[in-house]
Every structure is written in structure tokens, then in C-alpha cells.
Design a binder for this molecule. Structure first.
Ligand code: AMP
Length: 306
């Protein structure tokens, strides 16, 4: 769907959505969203990300244009007959609690992606939140990935546990929010939750705790990063996907998997997510530059230094 051909260093598959979102600040319909959108936009500040997703006939050209402006590679974006994936959710007053009102898979229900040839040689892969069977299908097409991360959600824990467990056993990193991690493992304490996930196969697990930040567990120890304190949260949707996109984009750009690189990626993911929640959809990420991320990163590092 796009002309320029610059090598992709990170492949991302996930939902491409039109979201209807109600927060205490406002309600918006058909906002450009979905896990792949936030993740690719966030990663694009650091590296060339290739999007694997499907859009319905109703997907607006302005959305495609938006991704082009971010510099996302769109050779893996398919446009088909039918309706685009739609999700609708409502946030409570403190915005930590969200209720899903509806999920319509639409064109994702029978999407079977064939990856462009150059995507198959990508070293970094992010399997953003979407049906685990689809995540597995994309993983199977990548020849020799160096680092594979996956995200998921409660819906798949409840309705697609078998493919999800298969997926978890094959990835290097599982990103998951705290309540979903508890549901997945049946354990309460996050240290035990993480130990259980690490026993299933991944080398790393990142437990996302919303406004309380994130925790990365691995055999080499624990990295704790608080959230950047945003004073005007307008829409938390996509915070986790933006964190993950920033994290993976930063790792792919460095090409390193050292402790230092992983620590830096945690900070970068946190900072990118803090921008994403300051407006609906991709609006805030579309209005910033890499220099804004770097500047907030410096400020954030000063804040967390003790
Ligand atoms: P986050 O706030 O990071 O959990 O991500 C929110 C995004 O996830 C929204 O833009 C939704 O379109 C998308 N989403 C919601 N439900 C699903 C689902 N079942 N599968 C894939 N993506 C979803």
C-alpha cells in the first residue's frame, strides 16, 4: 500500500481499530486506534516499523496517511471488503478502571496474513494484542528473529487459552498488565506471577501497572520503572501499546539486548506512553518529535534518581 522501500527492523502485528471511547474528559467515535497503531507510531520515533494488519473498506484514507507521516512501512497492511475492527470502552472517573462495551473483530475474524518477503528477515518482532492464533501465524513466518515480544489481554486468556499458552512458550518477552497476569497464572503476588510466566518459557516478563509504572522480571533480576506523572490524562487507551512500541523500537534501533539496552528501553517506553495518554488516539504522538521524547526522558531520569 506504499511506495518507499527502506528496510524494516521491527515487524508489528496487532489490531487496527476504529475505537469509540468515553473518558471523563470527552467521548469520541471512530478514533484511529488498535494495538498495532499505537505500537507502530511509538516505535517509529526510533526505527522503521512494518505494520501487519487488516483494514476494512470503511477505513479512512486519512488513517493511512497518518501512518505514512509517522514513517511506518505499510507493505504488510491489507485492505479488504468488510468492516474494520471496532472496539468501544468507557473509563471511570479515575481512569484506572476501564470497561469494554463492545468488540467487533470484523475483518480480523478471518484475516490470514502473508508477510512481505523482507519482513520475514526482521530481527525484532512485536506480536501486539490480537487473537493468539494470529500472533502464532505471524511468528511462524519470521525466519530467525533475535527477539520476539508478545502482549495479550483478558479476552484471549478466557477464550483462547491453548493458543495463548503455546505462544507464551515461544516468545522472549511477555508484556501483560497486572490484573491479566494474575488471571493468567492464578497467582496473586506479582513476584510469583512473574516466576510462573518465566517457567513457561519467556526470558523476560514485563508487568504493566498503569499509572503505577512497570516491572521487568528476568533471571538477571528486576527493573522497576514508575510511570511519568502526567498532569492532564485525556485518554489512557493505547498506553500499554505505546509503551511496548517505544520499548521495542528502542531495542531494535540499538540492536543490542544488554541489560543497559533493556533498561533504556523501559525508560523510553514509559516516556512515549506518557505522551500518548495526553490526547485521544494518536493525536498526541502525531504532534511530537523525537526531541520532545528525549527532553522528557532527561526530566524523567532526574525525577527517579534517588
Ligand atoms: P491498551 O489501552 O494499551 O490496552 O490498548 C487499547 C487498544 O486495544 C484499543 O485501541 C483497542 O482498539 C484495542 N483492543 C481492544 N480490544 C482488543 C482485542 N480484543 N484485540 C485486539 N485489540 C483490542
Amino acid at each position: 500500500m506504499e511506495e518507499t522501500k527502506e528496510a524494516v527492523s521491527l515487524v508489528v502485528v496487532g489490531s487496527l481499530a476504529l475505537d469509540t471511547i468515553a473518558t471523563p474528559v470527552a467521548t469520541r467515535r471512530d478514533v484511529l486506534g488498535g494495538s498495532v497503531s499505537f505500537a507502530c507510531a511509538a516505535a517509529s520515533f526510533f526505527t522503521r516499523a512494518g505494520m501487519v494488519a487488516v483494514a476494512g473498506a470503511d477505513f479512512p484514507e486519512s488513517g493511512v496517511e497518518q501512518f505514512r507521516k509517522f514513517g511506518v512501512d505499510l507493505h504488510g497492511l491489507h485492505k479488504v471488503e468488510g468492516k474494520t475492527f471496532r472496539w468501544s470502552g468507557v473509563y471511570e472517573q479515575n481512569m484506572n478502571v476501564r470497561r469494554t462495551l463492545s468488540t467487533e473483530l470484523n475483518v480480523f475474524a478471518d484475516f490470514s496474513p502473508e508477510l512481505p518477503e523482507d519482513y520475514r528477515r526482521s530481527a525484532f518482532l512485536f506480536l501486539a494484542n490480537i487473537a493468539p492464533a494470529l500472533q502464532l501465524q505471524v511468528l511462524a513466518q519470521i525466519h530467525k528473529p533475535r527477539f520476539v515480544a508478545a502482549d495479550t489481554m483478558d479476552l484471549w486468556i478466557r477464550t483462547a487459552r491453548d493458543p495463548l499458552m503455546k505462544l507464551i512458550s515461544k516468545v522472549d518477552l511477555l508484556l501483560i498488565n497486572d490484573s491479566e497476569a494474575r488471571e493468567l497464572t492464578g497467582k496473586e503476588h506479582l513476584v510469583q506471577v512473574a516466576q510462573q510466566v518465566l517457567e513457561w518459557g519467556p526470558r523476560y516478563v514485563i508487568v504493566k501497572k498503569g499509572e503505577h509504572g512497570s516491572m521487568l522480571f528476568s533471571k538477571s533480576g528486576l527493573i522497576l520503572v514508575p510511570a511519568y506523572p502526567v498532569d492532564d490524562v485525556r485518554d489512557p487507551t493505547g498506553a500499554g501499546d505505546s509503551f511496548a512500541g517505544g520499548f521495542m523500537g528502542c531495542l531494535a534501533a540499538s540492536g543490542k539486548l544488554t541489560q543497559a539496552a533493556v533498561r533504556r528501553a523501559m525508560v523510553v517506553g514509559t516516556v512515549v506512553a506518557s505522551f500518548a495518554v495526553e490526547a485521544f488516539g494518536l493525536d498526541r504522538l502525531a504532534g511530537i518529535a523525537r526531541t520532545d521524547i528525549d527532553a522528557r526522558g532527561v526530566e524523567f531520569l532526574k525525577m527517579i534518581k534517588v
